[in-house]
Design a protein around this ligand. Structure first.
Ligand code: TEU
Ligand code: CA
Length: 547
């Protein structure tokens, strides 16, 4: 791996195809819709698009249940459309990351159809089958992430199959070398089509040892990733990022260490799960604790300072909208959205922008379960209500943390459905699209969009922003975050007020706000001397050069 790979100074934009842009009025986003927005993405300045799955799928989990890895779902388009997207993006210096979902397939994949036909089928061992427990019940007590047991009985062959997600997402058996070879061949087939890399779905689960109750970080995980590296993207200068909910700074070094021959980086979720209720998880979220959050940032910035590489993100298609979760999506929506962007984009790592984050899209206040579409939310609603929780209480949790918050149509204009479709969208648009939309943002050079363009442009020109050594300050301050980045004689100082109240701050001597103001979310220039006054959600970054 070269010492300064291209993806260390790239900014990635995640697209959820179903909700991005609908080109044919069927209410479902599609690839021609994405192609029609490439000029907008070029204007934003991003260099990579992470494309959530567009492959053939019965859409039980919106495409994360694949029935054919080498074909495009008709509702999203055709292989020819995909090739046009890759070519159109390349012409704008944008690479396409594909979503590799190989912990499980759809139950409509030909491998599974063959596997469940008989115990002697050629693909039987591509999946994980176990006999019933002595009492005829499930082989192990493992629960699915989407609720209920992780095992389903197959009457025809008299065995249970494992599915860590929905019953229609049977887990693949990575211990089978023939299966692994088929997956590597599929990956190489897509590489031939000019993609820039892979985002890998729940990749920390493929090394599972289910009989010992081990799902994540299993005994053979890194053997498989090193084999995958050798057989597919090794030496091809691609960006590979693994989704790993179990990752810690130490295990992240195993995935992304320079000489490990595995991945470029991982997505870790410690800043997400630290806000979950011990028992009810994300359905009863705890309030945001900045000091706890800063501790996680320090762990990862220091943990991967010498080796490995961080991914940086607030949101994605599974998480609530950043400004609603970490900022204020009413009175200070603009100021807090800009503050969050500044805090994230000056950290050391590769930043990811989730569609709509760059215009400050918010969570959606759905009132009834009938408005939701996400299988996890619908399953969990059923389970919680069956356990006696009033539906309204569950909706409260779903409003805060449900995955559909990220999946409402992209808001392009004040037109009906935010200009996402001329038809009826598969999920309702957020009513605030009348004011929060791309058209209004493009017309306003003080918009959140203009702020993101500035940050993305700075990363291309400032080596200290990409490679500077991270140092945190004010670790115990309850509402202010402060850190510096140093490279040679240059230092960037970042300060951010995470609260809706003005703050007066005695600046420690090592924090100097004098220098070139790189960005701020208020028109005034930050004061030079201490005490420093910060307005609600005020944030800025200053560049100083040693004289
Ligand atoms: O997500 C893994 C995962 O565990 C989350 O889906 C889950 O929702 C968690 O509670 C976070 O909210 C990946 C994909 O990102 C997700 O969209 C898929 O549903 C899942 O894997 C199965 O493929
Ligand atoms: Ca469509």
């Amino acid at each position: 791996m070269s010492s300064n790979p291209w993806w260390q100074h790239a900014t990635v934009y995640q697209i959820y195809p179903r909700s991005f842009a609908d080109s044919n009025g069927d209410g479902v986003g599609d690839i021609p819709g994405i192609i029609s927005k490439l000029d907008y993405l070029q204007h934003l300045g991003i260099e990579v698009i992470w494309l959530s799955p567009v492959f053939a799928s019965p859409m039980d989990d919106n495409g994360y249940d694949i029935s054919d890895y080498q074909d495009i779902a008709p509702e999203f388009g055709t292989l020819a459309d995909f090739d046009r997207l890759v070519a159109g993006a390349k012409a704008r210096n944008i690479g396409i990351l594909l979503d590799l979902v190989v912990n499980h397939t759809s139950d409509e994949h030909r491998w599974f159809i063959d596997a469940r036909a008989s115990r002697q089928s050629a693909c039987r061992d591509y999946y994980i089958w176990r006999d019933p427990a002595p009492d005829g019940g499930v082989p192990t007590p493992l629960q699915s992430t989407f609720g209920g047991p992780a095992w389903t009985f197959d009457l025809a062959t008299g065995q249970y199959y494992l599915h860590q997600f929905s019953t229609r997402q049977p887990d693949l058996n990575w211990e089978n070398p023939k299966l692994r070879a088929e997956i590597y061949a599929m990956m190489n087939w897509w590489q031939q089509r000019g993609i820039a890399g892979f985002r890998m779905d729940v990749i920390d689960l493929i090394g599972k040892d289910i009989d010992h109750g081990i799902t994540a970080d299993g005994p053979r995980l890194h053997d498989y990733l090193q084999e995958m590296h050798r057989e597919t993207f090794g030496g091809k200068d691609l960006l590979t990022v693994g989704e790993a909910w179990s990752a810690t700074p130490d295990s992240a070094l195993l995935y992304s260490g320079r000489d490990r021959g595995e991945l470029s980086m991982v997505f870790q979720f410690e800043h997400v799960t630290q806000q979950w209720h011990e028992t009810w998880g994300k359905w009863q979220p705890k309030s945001f604790d900045l000091v706890a959050f800063k501790r996680v940032v320090d762990r990862w910035q220091y943990g991967l300072a010498e080796d490995g590489w961080n991914s940086l993100f607030w949101g994605n298609h599974d998480l609530p909208r950043a400004v609603s979760k970490y900022g204020d999506d009413t009175r200070y929506r603009v100021e807090s959205a800009k503050m969050l962007a500044t805090v994230l984009h000056f950290l050391r790592g590769t930043p990811y922008v989730y569609q709509g984050e760059e215009i400050g899209m918010t969570n959606v206040p759905f009132a009834s379960i009938a408005q939701y579409r996400d299988i996890e939310t619908l399953n969990m609603h059923r389970q919680h209500v069956a356990a006696g929780l009033p539906s309204t209480d569950f909706i409260f949790g779903a409003n805060a943390n449900g995955r559909d918050n990220a999946r409402t149509p992209m808001q392009w204009s004040a037109a009906p459905h935010g200009g996402f479709t001329n038809g009826t969208p598969w999920i309702e648009a957020n009513p605030n699209h009348a004011t929060i939309n791309v058209a209004a943002s493009l017309a306003d050079d003080t918009s959140i969009l203009a702020h993101y363009r500035r940050l993305i442009a700075l990363r291309k020109t400032l080596p200290v922003m990409r490679l500077g050594r991270y140092q945190s300050h004010l670790q115990s301050h309850p509402t202010v975050m402060a850190y510096t980045r140093d490279l040679a004689d240059e230092r960037i100082t970042v300060l951010a007020n995470f609260s809706p109240s003005p703050i007066t701050l005695d600046l420690p001597v090592e924090l100097n706000t004098q220098g070139e103001l790189l960005t701020s979310n208020y028109p005034h220039t930050p004061a030079a001397d201490s005490p420093l006054h910060l307005a609600p959600y005020e944030s800025f970054a200053v560049l100083t050069k040693d004289s």
